[in-house]
Design a protein around this ligand. Structure first.
Ligand code: ADP
Ligand code: MG
Length: 561
């Protein structure tokens, strides 16, 4: 079971003013500095109230925002108190500060909004009457009247910064602010996938995000051109109600030209954390084309005492205790998500294929490995059973497996295998006969030295290399390879070595050789792409084949199949 981040009984929680000692412990900061901040604070309140439907309307020119939710609502007493200074129902004393499971806890947002705008809140607890309250600039209830609304809360902020023109002046254009609002809602939606979001801008429909079982379904809605199948979802239970949830863009299918989709959340909120970002980036090293960046969302749900929010008053930056351990868990999780066996065989899909094959194979005909069991957790984590059946154009290995068939490009599959081996044991050996190199620049010499290859002057514009990577040493083109290595850093050198040593396309392979290659390739850490980021295989899933061949047409008796 996942830890619930929403205090279920918040309706019963009384709003109280925080004692002065607690206020002094809370990192103080300007909560409301933009339209996006208004949306963030109100949406977070709606989430804390357990809402599953949140509708947000923004009128930037009127500096107006309205957020409506179907959460627990507030009774009249709480409603009249909610905009006072340091009033909150979420914590009550300094001990609670270390057990925070809600998004808010400082009791400052509504109060600041009362100061900075005209604030109105309508709210209704299920089974009771609904009320509308207007607040003065001190956050005191000014007018109260009954109102007919559905259970939940509607907060309207009007004329934000009307008396603080200087603050408006310092803000970006309306269009930019709207982009920030959108991004922020995207982030909240990823962290709270069970919520339906409806957004309007100047009374017009803007965008909606439908609820999904998990962040996988949300991410697929947020990125244009990225489909559900292009993403991989992976969840790891960490015990004690803790978990890490990972959604990655499969590196052979999607990536970004900017580093804008590397996102990390902790307990329902997107946060900045340099250490974790580094971990995420490293996990994708050498899986993407040059200058491309991964799509990755990681949501860590951990017990509150693991978190040190004090890095940043707006809770946007955090530090985790036991950082190394979380980093290790996350990179392991990503490594698992990058494996082949985890995709293609997602539960429902596999069962469907199983049935389909069974139905069409009862009468014989289609020869495919039939060992399809309904997907259990174990079978998902097992390796794919790939069987080499042919070589095409001396370049592609045709392999079949229980749910379809794959074309694997032999050269880059081998390159991936060798690259990972080389990284694990980059061995330089002494050459029997030194290799003579000419026309080396100063930088090339330095590069060779950094990589560890010994080079001595041999004559005018001539040098002798006395060591070389083991894999290249016995090759005829070793000198060329060393020149290549002199062009880059260690990682580039390793890629170049793997590329050179891998079997070329155009080389005939026996079935046995292909099978060995497939198995070694499947066991690599990043089987989807070569170290240059090219996709290694093309999959033709049985479901797609059966759709293409309209196999559902011929299941009837009349065709005798
Ligand atoms: P905080 O969220 O830090 O407690 P706020 O000023 O944002 O402080 O809100 C004050 C209190 O008002 C909350 O603790 C909560 O009890 C109540 N409240 C605010 N918004 C809502 C809402 N949308 N639904 C139910 N209660 C709300
Ligand atoms: Mg709040």
């Amino acid at each position: 079971m996942m830890m619930s981040l929403v205090p279920k009984t918040s309706a019963m929680h009384r709003i109280e003013t925080l004692p002065a000692d607690v206020c002094s412990l809370i990192a103080a900061g300007e909560v409301i500095d933009s339209l996006a901040a208004v949306v963030r604070e109100l949406a977070e309140n709606a989430l804390d109230a357990g809402a599953t439907r949140i509708s947000i309307c923004v009128w930037p020119d009127r500096w107006r925002v309205r957020v409506a939710d179907n959460g627990t609502g507030m009774d009249l007493e709480n409603l009249q108190k909610c905009a006072g200074a340091h009033t909150t129902s979420k914590i009550h004393n300094s001990e609670d500060l270390w057990k925070i499971t809600s998004l808010g806890f400082r009791g400052e947002a509504l109060h600041s909004l009362a100061q900075l705008s005209r604030l109105e809140v309508c709210s209704r607890v299920s089974g009771e009457a609904g009320w509308r309250v207007f607040y003065n600039n001190l956050g005191e209830a000014l007018e109260t009247e009954p109102t007919a609304i559905a259970p939940g809360t509607i907060v309207t902020v009007d004329d934000l910064f009307g008396n603080w023109q200087a603050r408006r002046g310092g803000l970006p254009t309306a269009a930019q602010q709207l982009r920030t609002v959108q991004l922020m809602v995207h982030h909240l939606a990823l962290c709270h996938p069970g919520v339906m979001w409806q957004l309007e801008q100047n009374d017009r429909r803007w965008f909606t995000i439908s609820p999904g079982a998990n962040s996988h379904h949300i991410l697929a809605q947020l990125l244009r051109d990225v489909k559900l199948q292009d993403l991989q979802y992976h969840q790891v239970e960490l015990g004690q109600n803790q978990s890490v949830e990972i959604v990655i863009g499969l590196p052979d299918r999607c990536h970004r030209h900017r580093l804008d989709w590397l996102k990390f959340a902790v307990n329902g909120r997107l946060v900045k954390c340099g250490e974790i970002e580094q971990t995420l980036l490293t996990s994708f090293a050498r899986t993407l084309p040059r200058d491309r960046y991964p799509i990755c969302f990681v949501h860590l749900r951990i017990s509150p005492e693991q978190i040190d929010w004090n890095r940043h008053p707006a809770k946007a930056e955090i530090y985790l205790h036991n950082m190394g351990e979380w980093q290790a868990r996350i990179s392991l999780g990503i490594a698992e998500a990058l494996q082949l066996s985890n995709s293609h065989q997602s539960g429902a899909g596999q069962q469907k294929v199983g049935k389909l094959l069974k139905a069409s194979e009862q009468k014989g005909g289609y020869v495919v490995n039939r060992s399809i069991e309904p997907a259990t957790k174990e079978s998902i984590s097992e390796r794919l059973q790939l069987r080499a059946v042919a070589q095409l154009h001396n370049t592609y290995i045709l392999a079949e497996h229980p749910t379809g068939l794959w074309l694997i490009e032999q050269h880059i599959a081998h390159e991936r295998v060798l690259y990972e081996e080389i990284c694990e044991r980059w061995q330089l050996i002494n050459l029997e006969k030194p290799l003579i190199l000419n026309q080396l620049t100063e930088t090339q010499l330095e590069n060779l030295q950094t990589i560890g290859i010994e080079v001595d002057t041999f004559g005018d514009q001539l040098w002798a290399a006395r060591t070389a990577p083991e894999m290249l040493a016995s090759r005829d083109d070793c000198a060329d390879a060393i020149l290549e290595l002199s062009q880059g850093n260690l990682q580039a050198a390793q890629v170049a070595t793997a590329c050179r040593s891998a079997i070329r396309n155009g080389t005939p392979l026996s079935l046995a050789e292909m099978q060995i290659l497939i198995e070694r390739w499947q066991n690599t850490k990043n089987p989807r792409t070569c170290p240059h980021g090219r996709p290694i295989y093309l999959s033709l899933e049985e479901t797609a084949l059966s759709r293409f061949f309209r196999r559902h047409w011929v299941l009837g008796k009349s065709h005798g199949i």
